[in-house]
Design a protein around this ligand. Structure first.
Ligand code: NDP
Length: 371
């Protein structure tokens, strides 16, 4: 039944104008040229920590992406992961040797899942080794670094994608479809609340060099990125205010709590919160002249839940990273276009907004944005 539906959908010739009216599954399939759907993206994972563990598990359900290599600074992890995912020794590297992926025909792309402050150098080395790069968010720790990464990947002729898993999430895509179809009317207001209470004070997420900042880099970015894909525009100004209750845990340059506001060219405004000091904050709300949507959880690992003025959001839950990696395989192997971009320029836009938020906190001045 599922296969026949799939076959039927694959026959559809869908024009771009019709895309907003299709379901998530129809959109995803319509974007992949039929004769190329059998190629598989062979991926080396770099940095075998908490999130890579989740990605690796989710990739076991991928149809178009598989793990063929490992890059780690911890030999014991390589041993364990090699056995678990059946990776040959010749496809395993450490941080000193991974430039040699250049000569490895079993690896098409490297997925960088290390602390934020390392992404810039690692992505540029992968690009120079001639492999496509998928890089976790935040793509880098500031826009200057991000621009250098975009330039390096362009010069090397490889693709740079950012691990924005929500761009492939079915309920999120349903909201975007509704917005594109005009079902909310003119968008007036977005609210994004992103935060959690962070534990261990010695972790890299609270180290300015490795994290690049604090909550904004790690979790606030979901409200930044989310405001853009929910409103469907890039902001043109930002204001921001920082509060800090613990100067020991959150040292200079490591933000604890920031509230920020964004203005969009169509007249919508956004009000957002980013924090490492409050729980139960994973919520989006958006209202337009004809309707509203609220999502909670909005960007966690799901299932994403929410409702609109028309009723409950009821798209099926699939592990986000499974959808992401199959979607990214289509982008890299087939040149397919995702509904919401996930390329380096998309990552760079968020970094420019983060730079502006930090500047607004430091100066108290509204910052104009040109994305
Ligand atoms: P972890 O600390 O769990 O893992 C990071 C791994 O990076 C380590 O296990 C280690 O792997 C490697 N590493 C290399 N150098 C260092 C270093 N100097 N200090 C610490 N680790 C190092 O972090 P996460 O997996 O949670 O986060 C990694 C990246 O993924 C971050 O950019 C984060 O923002 C992003 N992330 C994205 C999520 C999403 O939903 N998209 C969710 C969670 C994180 P090894 O021992 O193999 O070298």
């Amino acid at each position: 039944m599922r296969n026949s539906r799939r076959n039927f959908l694959q026959q559809l010739a869908v024009s771009a104008a019709a895309m907003p009216f299709l379901t998530f599954e129809q959109q995803a399939l319509a974007l992949v040229p039929q004769n190329r759907q059998d190629r598989v993206l062979r991926v080396a994972l770099m940095g075998l920590g908490g999130y890579a563990t989740r990605v690796a598990e989710a990739m076991q359900s991928c149809k178009r992406a598989k793990i063929t290599g490992l890059i780690s600074g911890t030999p014991a992890k390589i041993k364990e992961w090699r056995a678990k995912y059946r990776i040959p020794e010749k496809n395993c590297y450490n941080y000193e040797t991974f430039d040699q992926v250049k000569d490895n025909p079993d690896i098409d792309a490297v997925y960088v899942i290390t602390p934020n402050g390392l992404h810039h150098d690692q992505v540029i080395r992968v690009a120079r080794a001639g492999k496509h790069v998928i890089c976790e968010k935040p793509m880098a720790i500031n826009a200057r670094e991000g621009q250098e990464m975009v330039d390096a990947c362009r010069d090397a002729g490889v693709k740079l994608l950012v691990g924005y898993r929500m761009h492939f999430e079915p309920n999120t895509l349903e909201v975007i479809r509704m917005r594109n179809a005009g079902e909310f009317g003119k968008i007036m207001f977005f609210q994004g609340l992103s935060g959690f209470k962070i534990g261990d004070p010695t972790q890299w997420r609270l180290d300015k060099t490795l994290a690049g900042g604090g909550a904004m880099m790690d979790i606030g970015i979901y409200s930044i990125n989310g405001s853009r894909y929910m409103v469907g525009e890039d902001p043109i100004w930002v204001t921001a205010q920082e509060t800090k209750t613990d100067e020991v845990k959150f040292k200079a340059g490591v933000d604890e709590t920031i509230q920020f506001q964004l203005g969009f060219p169509g007249g919508a405004v956004a009000s957002c919160l980013s924090t490492y000091n409050m729980n139960y904050l994973d919520r989006f709300f958006m209202t337009g002249e004809k309707g509203f949507v609220e999502m909670q959880p909005s960007t966690g690992y799901g299932p994403i839940k929410g409702r609109t003025h028309q009723g409950v959001l009821a798209q099926p839950h699939v592990m986000h990273q499974t959808l992401q990696m199959d979607g990214m395989a289509g982008i890299i192997l087939d040149g397919s276009q995702p509904v919401v971009p996930v390329d380096g320029l998309e990552g760079l836009k968020d970094l420019k907004i983060i730079d502006a938020i930090y500047a607004a906190c430091a100066t108290g001045q509204r910052q104009e944005l040109s994305l």
